[in-house]
Design a protein around this ligand. Structure first.
Ligand code: AFP
Length: 330
């Protein structure tokens, strides 16, 4: 089996990007160790800090953010970094060719229940001139690489450099990420959806109708039964979609009108959209293609609908309906 480094060489990825991706992979091995030790290492539970988005940070959010920050600072190829856990963008090295956006530990509500968590990253080209938030505000189409590492029963990496999506599995014996799927392909059709159903009453009418039709199963307009899954960590839900197809969505809702979207464009939606498109799937907000969005701020949030191409198209067709009637709020 090919190692990660061998695969990147065979894809003719340049040496600076290869070095950066190996830094991310090596740091994820250390994160995997910290996650695996759990309570034994005293890393579970919350801190007393909140991130810029007003969310209480878990100890592991802070630990893994520091691990990635330190590794990327030492790498030499990074111009700047932006993290879900950092208030502002961080300047790293004037010589660096790349910008890295990351969510150090996605699914942090799963940490204390020993369930799936992961690291998500997106690599953009550095721009000329001073480094500031504006440098990062590039559409997802500009990404040169994106991936996630899933800390599950095995530690796996999904990675794209624009040449398909590959899966690597961390070999606990050699400590190497080995290529275990060189051409991930999302099935175009599916009978499985992922959504947090507890928010149903807060969704737009388009999503209400679409999900209601899935739930009707064989007696509804879709004339087939659908299964539902929800891991509460986007890495876990997207990994399942990449493995066996499906549609995953965190749609617009009016639970808190000041915060109509949950997922972050730069750390979650864009890298996942790149992986999904490279595997033959599709990713949209319902109204525009995720990777075509021109970001306006680093911590921006968006609605996400992604996965099996034909099912995403079906969901989008509901968004073309006249849904001027708003759902009831209780
Ligand atoms: P955290 O990493 O802040 O816990 O958020 C995870 C996440 O953004 C995403 O990975 C999940 O899909 C989603 O939240 C789960 O949200 P619910 O709380 O609605 O299940």
């Amino acid at each position: 089996m090919q190692t990660l480094a061998q695969t990147l060489t065979s894809q003719a990825v340049n040496s600076s990007l290869t070095a950066l991706l190996l830094t991310l992979a090596n740091t994820s091995k250390a994160i995997s160790g910290a996650v695996r030790h759990g309570a034994l290492a005293g890393v579970l539970g919350a801190t007393e800090q909140e991130n810029v988005q007003g969310e209480t940070q878990k100890k592991l959010d802070v630990i893994t953010n520091d691990m990635l920050k330190d590794a990327l600072k030492a790498d030499g190829n990074v111009r700047g970094l932006a993290s879900e856990e950092e208030d502002y963008v961080v300047e790293v090295s004037k010589q660096g060719e790349y910008l890295v956006c990351f969510d150090p530990l996605d699914g942090s509500s799963n940490i204390d229940i020993n369930s799936l968590v992961g690291t998500i990253f997106s690599v953009l080209p550095a721009t000329d001139g001073e480094l500031n938030e504006q440098s990062f505000l590039q559409a997802g189409r500009q990404q040169v690489a994106a991936g996630y590492v899933l800390y599950g029963p095995s530690t796996m990496m999904a990675l794209t450099t624009g040449k398909g999506t590959q899966f690597y599995t961390l070999d606990p014996d050699s400590g190497e990420f080995l290529l275990t799927n060189d051409k991930v392909a999302i099935t175009p059709d599916t009978a499985e959806f992922a959504i947090n159903m507890s928010n149903q009453r807060f969704w737009e009418a388009a999503m209400q109708t679409y999900i209601a039709d899935l739930l009707l199963g064989k007696i509804g307009p879709r004339e087939q039964s659908f299964n539902m899954r929800w891991i509460a960590a986007m890495v876990g839900d997207v990994h399942r979609v990449l493995c066996r197809g499906g549609i995953f969505t965190y749609p617009t809702d009016n639970k808190n009108p000041a915060k109509p979207f949950k997922l972050r464009l730069m750390y979650e939606a864009n890298p996942m959209a790149f992986l999904v498109e490279q595997a033959g799937g599709k990713a949209s907000t319902g109204y525009e293609t995720i990777m075509d969005i021109q970001p306006t701020e680093i911590h921006q949030r968006v609605a996400v609908i992604l996965g099996s191409r034909n099912e995403v198209d079906m969901c989008l067709s509901y968004h073309g309906l006249d849904y001027s009637e708003e759902p009831t709020i209780d």
